[in-house]
Design a protein around this ligand. Sequence first.
Ligand SMILES: [Zn+2]
Length: 179
Amino acid sequence: MYLLPCSCGRKIPVHLRQAGEIVKCECGTSIEVPTLSGVKKLERLEALVEPKIAQHHWTLGHALIFVGGVVVLFMVGIGIYLYISGPRDPYASFTPEQMIQAAATRTPIQSLRLWQMLERSGLEHHKRGAEIAFTDMQAQYRVYWWILFMVVGIGTALAAAGMIVLNLKKKKTGGAARA
Ligand SMILES: [Zn+2]
């Protein structure tokens, strides 16, 4: 693009293909864009926007943010899987409503008899087995969650490092443009 100067002092950016056309300046003045060779003699806009374009290139900062973001997103997926497949409390399947209902429909004697029967049939033993399996699984999943949180931390740190790198670069190029 080229800059077409107006009598008001403004510079209107024009494309080479606009040669011969009439453009309107912000001040309201209509200016005729010169011929192709005339446009080519005008001040170029590219020289001014070049540093900006350079910032849009894929840099180390962008790569770090991308990798960090992918890692965090991937870990969110793993976290959802862990949450779904994770250990369930064997007693959590009994809702408080169910327990109240069960207690209300039984007399104390009935409850005692039921309890004695359950003890004889070895349900307590089964319950304990389920409990141990649950706590074992919980311990195992706690390790998984810790690993997951650590990886999320690493991913976040990578993305943060990428942002810092980009910011430093921006400051540097900004300073260079001013100098
Ligand atoms: Zn003007």
